[in-house]
Design a binder for this molecule. Sequence first.
Ligand code: PMP
Ligand code: PLP
Length: 494
Amino acid sequence: NHHIHKSKAKRWEPRMTEEAKSRGGSSLKNAAKFLKTPGLISLGGGLPSADYFPVEEMGFVVPRMPLQGTNKVSTGDSEVDGRPANSTTQITAGKHDMAAGTSAFDIATAFQYGQGHGSAQLLRWLVEHTELIHDPPYADWSCTMTVGNTSAFEMLMRMFAQRGEWILTEEYTFPAMVESAAPMGIKVAAVKMDEGGLLAESLDEVLSNWDETVRGGPKPFVLYTVPTGQNPTGSTQTLERRRAIYAIAQKHDILILEDEPYYFLQMQPYIAGEVTDSQPQSHQDFLTSLVPSYLSLDTEGRVVRLDSFSKVIAPGVRVGWITAPEHICERYHVHSDLSTQSPSGVSQLMLFKLLEETWGHEGYLDWLLHIRREYTARRNVLLLACEEFLPKEVVTWTPPMAGMFMWLKVDWKAHPRFHDGVTLLEVEDELFHRNMAAGTLLMKGSWFVGEKGKGSGAEEMFFRATYAAASFEGIREAVKRFGVAVRELFGLKQ
Ligand code: PMP
Ligand code: PLP
């Protein structure tokens, strides 16, 4: 009923690049529509016969949802924490299950050429999921599959920016975004941030004071942001922050690319000294606990949301999707038709079997709750280790609320040679190598500076730590070594 009142998205074609506007699509793929003609014998499409796909059956084993023994806290060591065999489900896909009427998807179809938006079967599930989680408040939104968010932002940048132009992003940002923009001649303008991520006031200031002659490029209209568990800072924008940023986006007519691989890794607030904490007790609790996305606030169609299975299923499946105004999705899938084609059919079949035919939307939420619990325990182990082993007069941090990263601020001005002119980058490098010598890898904060060569980020020094993969014991040991290295470097008592 209320969608009668939803308005249509803003039209973005006038701001698309020549490259995006001029894509005519694939003539051969467009001919696929003729295949529906009754009685037609196709000598048309160069589709290999499924008889020559050397796969008759595909099977895999997944955890059964809801997980048994969900109160058990893992040790973070997969060799110790093996699951009992009775809590798994065997999934099988056959070559001709559709003809046999036993499944809506099969090997003969999934392994064949498809359309740039991905298979209708999996796409429908993704649209349902998007509606369940975000319920976009405008009429003509749509989803189209991607081969992950890296590819999605690369393709979207081609659609909305060209050589000599700028896009806006957090002052510390995901390097792959900057590195894919650079060879396209697209420059990145930093927006200041605090513990709560991107600052609306700074966004307004950068845009209001944009000087084309100083910057050498027109005022940007694309904001790339990672609102939840941001890489590298681990910061999460509150709902109030998102509303304020959306309002600035309206004021300056900005398109927001929200890159959200960590959206479902939102955690309970950290309570000092506790490894486990209260978790949502129902799916409804879980969904209401999530900070609303930009997509869910987007009444005008000025958000392109990038979702990825990389951090919640596995990076190697290479499947994600964008949600955006239909006309943007259309331009995206026309591009896919002539580049990636679509995510791998093997991955799509696997995901469909898992998400639609085995877990369903409810089972998927159970899985998300499970990994949220696991990441919460990991984060808490890292925070406890930091409290125990790091000298707080030099190293400080804010407990992350989402994602897999923690941003450690190091007061480099406490370095013994600070007054002899040692630079931030020298101290950072020295600490990096002392860490390596001690057997701990932490990423240098300077690697994440988005706007190269500008003052931004030059005043403060950070290291990025992840709690994603090391065992609990490993996390503690690594932090302990880092503490020793910092004390040595800064001449503090061990
Ligand atoms: N190059 C040529 C010459 C082809 O005939 C085809 C398939 N018709 C392709 C590329 C597409 O290959 P792929 O499925 O690996 O993208
Ligand atoms: N975007 C951000 C902010 C990330 O941190 C990552 C992973 O490191 C990606 C995108 C990559 O996502 P995908 O595997 O979907 O390409």
